[in-house]
Structures are given as structure tokens and as C-alpha cells.
Design a protein around this ligand. Sequence first.
Ligand code: SF4
Length: 342
Amino acid sequence: MKQYTPDRVIFEPDALNYPLGRKLQNHFRSLGIKTIISSIHNVHRNIPGKNEKETYAAAKKTLVVRPKKSLSFDVCKPSADYEFPLVTNCPGSCEYCYLQTTQGKKPYLTVYVNIDEILAAVLKHIDKNNGQITTFEVASTGDPLSLEHLTGSLAKTIEFFGTLENGRLRVVTKFDNADPLLNLRHNGHTRFRVSINARYVIKNFEHNTASFDERIEEADKISSAGYPIGFIVAPIMVYEDWQMEYRELFDRLKSQVDVIKSGRPVTFELIQHRFTPIAKGFILNRFPNTKLDMDETRRSMKWGKYGKFKYVYPKETSQEIKEYISSLIYERFPAAQIDYFT
Ligand code: SF4
């Protein structure tokens, strides 16, 4: 798919103290793309748009370049011990994306330029873990592969983890930009999980991301390069032909991804669709013709921390999804491991 180019790039002044910040400034200036130096507090003023739909589109074409200030990483259960970002957000426009809500009205993209400081913080977190293997998720707030052609940061991080005895990296992607990563010295320490879904979900809700076929081809390339491979199936949705289409998905994985054919272990993470009332508001403003099923009367409320709740599938539907998808996986990949279903 076509690689992302922003319409405007905003540099925090500190970003230019780092080689990657200066490299990006030169790169975008040479392309004639508008570059602005601004404090992070004023970023919103530089993103145009007369209404929610326009500002959303403009935010997605706005790239902020800055150092990552907090280097104390959050816990990232169930997928890893900790998470750290190389980027926030991505050029895709998945209608259900949780960043719709967490980033508010102007969900711009960010790349972090202090990569050496971030990697030094990784070592500190490993040191605290008494010689145990420590896992790090690098894609919980965005898709680092989607901006890799600009930064090269993921390649650097993968090679760094390749040298670590007790550190393991986990990456998730919906993009097909992995070519520059295929010949890295990863030492099997980075697990890629390709985010996959039924055709209907990718086509209708995951705009500006790799297609169903591109993702399967990408999974084959990445796993053939020796990376441990896994799949995140999310969000799993129930619609008219859901059973038939999820069956097609797992059949295609089985027939097209060579390492799975050879019986190498593969992991699956399964996440059902859910939404919050705030997310529904954002989604309806940005995608007025959305086909996303957000009918509260057909969902159950799941309460979380601080009195917040989400709408999830009712227990019987959830159980049906779990049993059906698990059986599709185990019938085709007896050596597979389902890490979690949520
Ligand atoms: S690819 Fe991931 S981060 Fe990007 S819009 Fe879709 S869900 Fe959000």
C-alpha cells in the first residue's frame, strides 16, 4: 500500500537536539512539506478544520515530532509486561480505534526521536525484573510499522532486542511495510503479530490500512524471515456472514502462510468488539454513514475502573464467538497457542 506522507509536520523545539529530529526536518523540508516549530501545547492550533470531520482528517495528516518525556513504562497486560511507544497513532482510520476517544478531537500522529533514551529505559526495566525474561509491547498506542519508512526506529529497536538475553519485543501491525525489517539480526527476540480480520471488517471499518490479502502476504514474509509470528484477531464482530468469513480467514492463513504449514508454533490473541458511549459519539460524528453495530440494546454493560463501562456482546454471544473461533484455529493449527480471549 502507499506509504504515508503528512501535510504538515510540527517539531517540538527539543526534537531538534536529536539526530532523528534533524533528519526528519531536513527530509520534510526537501519535499516542500510545511514544517512548524511549536510547543506541544500549541499543536492543536496548527491543525485546521471547520468541523469534527475536517479536523479529524487534518489531524491524521499532521505529524508531531518530539522526544518522549516520561521514560517510566506502563504495565501492558495481557499482552506483555510493559509497553513503550516509538510512535503514537497511525495513518489508518479504523472506525472503532480506541484512539478515537483517548486522543480527543484532534488525533494527530507522533514520532518520538529520543530512541537511545527509550532503549536505555528498556534496560532499566529489565534490570528490575531479577533476571526474568521481560516482554515489551511497542504497538499499544499506535502502529510503528506505518511510519517506519520515515524513522527507521523499529529496525533499530528490533536489532537492540536481538542482543538482549532477557528482553523480548512484541509488535502488532495492520500495515505491509515490513520489507526493510526482513534482513535484520532479530535473533528471534521480536514477535510480530499481524492484526487480521474477516474481509467485511477490514473493508468496512479499517480504512487506509493494508487489505485482507496484503496482510496475509505480509504475515508470510515476516514469518519466513524467521520472526516468531502471531495474529491478533480484533475486533471480532458478529454480523450476517461472520461464521463463513472467519472460516475463510483461517483457511487462507493455513494455505498461504508457509511457516504455519510447516507446523511452527503460532500464537493468537482474540478480542471481541466493544465500544463506550463516548467512542460512539466520536465515531458517529466522524463516520456518519458507519455500518458499525453500536446498538446498545443488543449488548451488555461491562463495568471497569472509575465507574466507567463499555458495551460488550452478551455472555451467550461471547461464548459462541470464543468456541467458534477457537475451534477454527485448533482444527487448522494443532500447535497453536491462544494467548487470551477478551
Ligand atoms: S491501525 Fe491501529 S492505531 Fe491505526 S487507526 Fe487502526 S486501530 Fe487505530
